[in-house]
Design a protein around this ligand. Structure first.
Ligand code: URA
Length: 216
């Protein structure tokens, strides 16, 4: 898997990430969602540079202009519910993308810290031969991405997979790298060192779904 770690250089991306992490600014749910959306836009823009383009001609009022336009059939798939603001950011930049939604949540069978990831809901077009963009803002253990990939198998084989995330833990990135096809690409804003005993990213930002939409 190729990994693009986008916040390693100074850029406005760091402002968005700082506001997401900061307990004082993250209380503003609208701003929290908008910052994730803005990160989706930046990552989507970077990702777009790797797509196949072909030359098209457009008529202007004064003549014609040749321009390269993307030609891949993109499907954006977000993992509910925290993936929705990231999905919106990506969709702002991929106007013609098809859309796919899949649920994945942590189930604690023994009411302790151990959990499994359950995937229950899928609404998706066929993925056969398409460019799949999988969006989840928090890449903690990596198991949501991997279970979702398994659940999507019945919808056909995408030609290329891009994973888009905001904050990852190295452990999750290693797990995903082991299980995704080699030609997949990860676009991630920033990577933190560790997970706590509950599988939350430290320092991370807390629960992205709760911060975006309120606690369950
Ligand atoms: N999901 C979150 O929202 N936060 C984490 O730290 C890990 C998973």
């Amino acid at each position: 898997m190729t990994i693009h770690h986008l916040a390693e250089n100074n850029s406005v991306l760091n402002t968005f990430i700082a506001e997401l992490r900061d307990v004082t600014t993250q209380k503003d749910r609208l701003r929290f969602r908008r910052n994730i959306e803005r990160i989706g836009e930046v990552l989507g823009y970077e990702l777009s540079k790797t797509l196949k383009f072909s030359e098209k001609e457009v008529n202007t009022p004064l003549g014609t202009s040749k321009i390269n336009l993307p030609e891949e059939n993109v499907v954006i798939c977000s993992i509910l519910r925290a993936g929705i603001p990231l999905h919106n950011g990506l969709l702002n930049y991929f106007d013609k993308a098809e859309n796919s939604f899949i649920s994945a949540y942590r189930h604690h069978p023994n009411n302790d810290e151990e959990f499994e990831i359950l995937v229950e809901y899928i609404a998706s077009p066929s993925l056969e031969g398409k460019t799949l963009i999988l969006a989840d803002p928090m890449m903690a253990t990596g198991r949501s991405f991997v279970n979702v990939l398994k659940a999507l198998e019945r919808l056909g084989k995408p030609e290329k997979i891009h994973l888009v995330s905001v904050i990852g833990a190295q452990e999750g990135i290693d797990y995903v790298s082991e299980h995704f096809p080699e030609n997949s690409t990860l676009w991630i804003a920033t990577v933190d060192k560790q997970l706590d005993e509950r599988g939350y990213i430290v320092p991370g930002l807390g629960d992205a779904g709760d911060l975006a939409y309120g606690s369950k």
